[in-house]
Design a protein around this ligand. Structure first.
Ligand SMILES: Cc1cc2nc3c(=O)[nH]c(=O)nc-3n(C[C@H](O)[C@H](O)[C@H](O)COP(=O)(O)OP(=O)(O)OC[C@H]3O[C@@H](n4cnc5c(N)ncnc54)[C@H](O)[C@@H]3O)c2cc1C
Length: 394
């Protein structure tokens, strides 16, 4: 059997690519190594419905809770500062198993053929076409979309993109605790089963890190991400950092009586397109496989969906590489990811993470005590401001 487009990976990027190509009339195969889409995924997650709605019909999108507040928490060695941002609409907490399954179903409804429990092992040129070699045999296609996520073994094996270096990656670990929904509502002060919350946590002890908390209907997810280079330098395990965060934030009390349902780890890429190529011949890369994640806003699913859809269109129309990369760069979200990268690389350095968490903690504490004192490091602040505005390159 032959396909016009073979998509490798049924995550948000892959399903968006398959949906777009199938809607355009292509014969599409969507390959997933997990027993079902989402079964291999680790992310939180909080998503912005507006971004997903650019590609998927979100009227039936499964969600866990609607985010009513995003809390920013800064914890330095002496105390913590919490800022709560009220949210009126548009942000939701989702479980990846349900979300990824739903996205793949939309691709199937548009005509794509989803095959699970199948791992793509490589892609070989076969005349004008491509042969995708899997653990269950080979299949031929005219175009290929590689949406294999951060562990982009095929793209790296084919030398389309380089390996991810420790200084360009963050190690994330996450735990999910089952807890009765009434208990979640009571403990977090929600007025209904639909209300939810997202926390963004920045801390310095035992090493600088960024953490998160998301609420599901009947579970709480808590996790932490630490720059890989810091973990290597300090020889510390990410779980030690997560345990410290849980202790200091009272998470153990929050999930008391609950049971641990999931314990997982994954890498978050902080480098990628356009430093990496996003294409080779008629093979198009999308999502985490080319590092399209905005660590400033904790947003990877939105850029994955958008880049996946652009890859699906590229495969449908057989774009040349320059045209695909041009289309990616034209998109506002993708441009935002690329623009944020130099600043993210600076902010994830140990000395800078330490400085900002301490700076905000000290400034707000001293303000609360009525004696505002600011530890202003003007050269650092100006440099980061200019990086953020894109005036300065890293
Ligand atoms: C702890 C954590 C928390 C996060 N929280 C958020 C959040 O709150 N909001 C947000 O927007 N983003 C979040 N992210 C980022 C987000 O998860 C990713 O950016 C997003 O999942 C990228 O989508 P993708 O489709 O590119 O890759 P993935 O979601 O990784 O999907 C890749 C798919 O390809 C399959 N696959 C891989 N290789 C093969 C192969 N050879 N053959 C067949 N199938 C294959 C995998 O099984 C998987 O299903 C978080 C990430 C982590 C690690």
């Amino acid at each position: 059997m032959e396909f016009d487009v073979i998509v490798i990976g049924a995550g948000p990027a892959g399903s968006a690519a398959a949906l777009t190509a199938a809607k355009g009339g292509a014969k599409v195969l969507l390959l997933e190594k997990g027993p079902e889409p989402g079964s291999k995924n680790v992310s939180g997650a909080m998503i912005r419905t507006e971004e997903i709605a650019k590609v998927f019909d979100t009227s039936s999108m499964p969600f866990e809770r609607k985010v009513k507040n995003v809390d920013l928490i800064f914890m330095d060695s002496t105390g913590k500062v919490r800022i709560s941002v009220d949210i009126s609409s548009g942000l939701i907490n989702v479980g990846r198993l349900k979300l990824d399954k739903w996205m793949a179903q939309q691709a199937e409804k548009a005509g794509a053929v989803l095959v699970t429990k199948t791992t793509a092992l490589g892609v070989e040129k076969d005349g004008e076409k491509y042969k995708v070699v899997t653990d269950r045999g080979s299949i031929s296609g005219s175009k290929v979309v590689l949406a294999e996520g951060v562990n982009a073994l095929i793209s790296m094996g084919m030398k389309i993109r380089p390996d991810l270096e420790p200084e360009h990656s963050v190690q994330a670990v996450k735990e999910v605790y089952n807890l009765n929904k009434d208990e979640i509502n009571k403990r977090l002060g929600f007025k209904s089963d639909e209300e939810g919350s997202s926390w963004r946590i920045f801390g310095t002890n035992p090493v600088p890190y960024a953490g998160f908390l998301y609420t599901y209907k009947d579970a709480i997810a808590i996790g932490v991400g630490i720059p890989m280079s810091i973990l290597i330098k300090k020889k510390i395990s990410p779980y030690t950092v997560l345990d410290e965060l849980k202790e200091r934030l009272g998470i153990n009390e929050l999930v008391k009586g609950g049971s641990l349902r999931e314990y997982s780890a994954k890498v978050i890429p902080e480098q990628g397109f356009p430093s990496y190529r996003a294409c080779s011949g008629k093979i198009y890369l999308a999502g985490d496989s080319i590092g399209l994640i905005n660590a400033l806003t904790f947003n990877g699913i939105g850029p994955a969906v958008i880049s996946g859809s652009i890859a699906g269109k590229a495969a449908l129309e057989g774009y040349e590489c320059f045209k695909y990369e041009e289309e990616l760069m034209k998109d506002k979200e993708i441009k935002g990811v690329v623009k944020a990268r130099p600043l993210i690389q600076e902010l994830t350095k140990e000395e800078n993470l330490n400085y900002y968490v301490n700076f905000l903690g000290d400034a707000l504490h001293s303000w609360a005590y009525g004696s505002l004192s600011l530890n202003l490091d003007m050269p650092r602040l100006i440099k980061h401001l200019m990086l953020g505005m894109g005036v300065l390159k890293a």
